[in-house]
Design a protein around this ligand. Structure first.
Ligand SMILES: [Zn+2]
Ligand SMILES: [Zn+2]
Length: 220
């Protein structure tokens, strides 16, 4: 595993078009993502492009949100990881959500200023990615990314870094965006049936008992 991290460091350090902070984040992203591919760096660059267009730094105080339009069962997950790592808007923090449309596209929202930008990978970039040996000779044959010839995978990984953002993505905005300001519950409760800890806003009442969704049996 440590060998792999060292390889990640070596390849990321070879990129001359990113500054030190962007490289450090990309290195972390690559360690978490786990393999060289073309999709994660595409999402990473699309993420940086979105932040630049919005004129805002990477998410730090839950002040941004991403709605991503990749779907399931297509080569979109790697792209979504790249967008998460660049913007800092992660699924875990609840500030990234998916609206599956099968598109390499996302909305970056500044919740404080209620502004957003829409970032879409250019069709010609998508076409080139799907025609690359990484996809054509390996992924379409069901070969997992870590088993792709590493020279081919690294070439796919590095492919876009020499291009300016304008050649990779189309950007709409910034435009006004109405933000959902539903507050988060910080009240901890315990299911009166199974005892699990559960957030209060997910409790239901059944037979006069406060229960979790697993124990709730009424059909509404
Ligand atoms: Zn990947
Ligand atoms: Zn329960």
């Amino acid at each position: 595993m440590l060998d792999r991290f060292a390889k990640h460091r070596e390849i990321v350090n070879s990129i001359t078009t990113l500054d030190d902070t962007e490289k450090e984040l990309l290195y972390s992203a690559l360690n978490i993502h786990g393999h060289f591919c073309g999709g994660m760096p595409m999402g990473y660059l699309a993420g940086l492009a979105g932040l630049k267009a919005l004129g805002a730094p990477r998410e730090l105080n839950m002040d941004k949100e991403v709605i991503i339009f990749v779907g399931d069962h297509h080569a979109g997950g790697c792209f979504a990881d790249g967008v998460q790592f660049a913007t800092g808007c992660t699924f875990g923090k609840g500030i990234m959500r998916k609206e599956p449309k099968g598109k390499w596209c996302y909305l970056l929202i500044d919740k404080k200023n209620e502004k957003a930008v829409k970032v879409t990978v250019k069709p010609e970039i998508m076409k080139a990615a799907f025609n690359s040996p990484f996809i054509k000779n390996y992924r379409t044959k069901g070969i997992p990314p870590t088993e792709v010839d590493q020279e081919v995978a690294i070439k796919a990984f590095l492919g876009l870094f020499s291009k300016p953002f304008e050649e990779i993505v189309n950007i709409e905005g910034p435009f006004d965006y109405k933000v959902d300001k539903t507050p988060s519950s910080h009240n901890l409760a315990f299911c009166e049936k199974c005892g699990d800890a559960v957030a209060e806003n997910y409790l239901r009442v059944e037979d006069g008992k406060k229960v979790c969704l697993d124990c709730f049996t009424y059909n509404s």
